[in-house]
Design a binder for this molecule. Structure first.
Ligand code: ADP
Ligand code: ASP
Ligand code: MG
Length: 437
């Protein structure tokens, strides 16, 4: 069975939703994972922000604008009276729910309910459309099987057990549809897998059912060798290893959710990134065997990074010291991305700044603490194993005119990371592109 995920632009209009049937093999058994219609989640974020700020008028205005957008979509998507009726009922149900929060205390719980509406709408619309044209499909409610624990980590055993049970109950179906992005948390509340999370859903489902392949259909022909929003003349990469793809996703390649490679990797399910606008293009295949020897594969960048330096005149790197520093981050459940050390100082980076003030306070017990905001990690992925040479100098030469705050090399065989001020990111990506490809 394949898991086939379509992103927001791939379901961005009535024509695109209808076009999905040109891509999906009608005979094969598959689970189709859908994102919200393009722009919807951003609009829902705005609506929730208006409620949080107590600006009911803005919330109402945004809700009506989004509702109008869907009314047009429904008029274009359905051609029968019954189809339009079902579509309108659906839209009214979801938008009335969103509007009902105007009379309630608005907390992060209500916010997450609002954010979930986009995927609930897109999947039902697709299901109704298929019904209208006589294609049999079954909706699998993601809220019945997609679950995260108290640390926001997916509960893979729960997911496996429950989705397999649902599939078993519908063994006479071969066309399943489910929502990307949304899930339940450890309290049973509606939650989500963070922005871009539909990729993660697809990967988790693929891992849970032992899928033959996970397909990520998007608006570009695969993982490119640099960020196409910033750099001209980027090129798609035909194949990547799980490790390479995981580094790129984690360090900012927006095409894949940061965590989305790990489940597929762990259960060895190949991931293919494909272009809905050019379905014939071969895209990128991510698999165990996908690495390429002796070349640089791609460059990615992750913004919103904070660098922390702890400097001490004492024997800073005496044994036990790093553990005590890391324990501070562990206590605040804050992951560290990059680390560099010297005899008297250690620098590291985080991107979750929720507990920054507390962390800083505790680190001051060890020495002087300096914090730099607005940093970006630029990550170069390639074959940088122990027997290779020359890559570090090529990378550093490309950024020789840019101030670099940290350099990380040798942590893995396929990553060179640099930390620089975000204002220099664009120049760094372009210069690296010119020198490396
Ligand atoms: P979807 O809505 O289908 O999930 P996304 O917008 O999340 O699509 O991801 C696709 C976009 O990712 C592309 O349009 C492109 O602008 C951006 N992107 C950033 N880095 C890369 C990269 N290295 N390769 C390809 N696309 C990238
Ligand atoms: N709709 C969600 C978002 O916009 C999830 C996704 O598209 O992957 O972030
Ligand atoms: Mg995405």
């Amino acid at each position: 069975m394949k898991v086939i995920k379509f992103g927001g632009t791939s379901v961005g209009s009535a024509a695109r939703i209808k076009g999905l049937l040109d891509i999906i093999d009608p005979n094969a058994r598959k689970i189709v994972v859908l994102s919200a219609v393009a722009g919807t989640t951003n609009a829902l974020v705005e609506i929730a922000a208006a409620y949080t700020n107590g600006d009911k008028a803005k919330a109402e205005q945004d809700i009506e604008a989004l509702r109008a957008h869907y009314n047009t979509l429904i008029a274009e998507l359905f051609s029968t009276e019954e189809g339009r009726y079902n579509g309108n009922e659906l839209i009214n149900y979801h938008f009335d729910l969103i509007a009902s929060f105007s009379n309630q205390l608005f907390t992060p719980i209500e916010e997450k309910i609002i954010l979930a509406q986009g995927e609930l709408i897109s999947t039902s619309l697709f299901h109704f459309y298929l019904t209208e044209i006589g294609v049999r499909s079954k909706l699998l409610p993601a809220l019945d099987f997609m679950k995260i624990d108290e640390d926001n980590e997916p509960k893979i055993d729960f997911i496996r057990e429950n989705i397999n049970e649902l599939l078993l109950q519908s063994s006479d179906h071969n066309f399943f549809i489910t929502q990307g992005y949304i899930c339940r948390n450890s309290f049973g509340e509606i939650d989500n897998l963070r922005r871009g999370g539909s990729d993660y859903t697809a990967s988790l489902i693929g891992a849970a059912i032992g899928a033959e392949e996970i397909q990520i259909w998007t608006d570009i022909d695969g993982m490119h060798n640099n960020d196409p929003r910033i750099v001209k003349d980027t090129k798609p990469i035909a194949s990547l290893s799980f490790d390479e793809a995981a580094e790129l996703a984690y360090f900012g390649a927006k095409i894949l959710h940061p965590q989305s490679v790990f489940p597929a990797q762990r259960y060895n399910v190949p991931v293919r990134i494909l272009n809905t606008m050019a379905p014939q293009a071969s895209g990128t295949l991510i698999s165990r065997e996908g690495a390429a020897k002796g070349i640089v594969r791609s460059v990615a960048a992750k913004d919103g990074i904070v660098a922390i330096r702890i400097q001490s005149s004492r024997m800073l790197l005496a044994y036990g010291f790093l553990r005590r520093v890391f324990e501070v981050f562990e206590r605040y459940k804050t992951p560290i991305d990059m680390i560099t050390t010297s005899e008297v100082a250690i620098s590291l980076t985080i991107d979750d700044t929720r507990y920054l003030a507390d962390i800083e306070k505790e680190l001051k017990d060890f020495g002087t603490v300096a914090i730099d905001l607005n940093q970006t990690i630029v990550c170069v992925v390639g074959d940088f194993g122990p027997n290779t040479h020359g890559y570090a100098s090529r990378v550093l030469d490309a950024v020789k005119h840019i101030p670099v705050r940290m350099i990380s090399y040798g942590g893995s065989n396929y990553n060179i990371s640099l930390l620089l001020q975000t204002e220099h990111k664009v120049e760094a990506l372009r210069s690296l592109h010119n020198r490396l490809f």
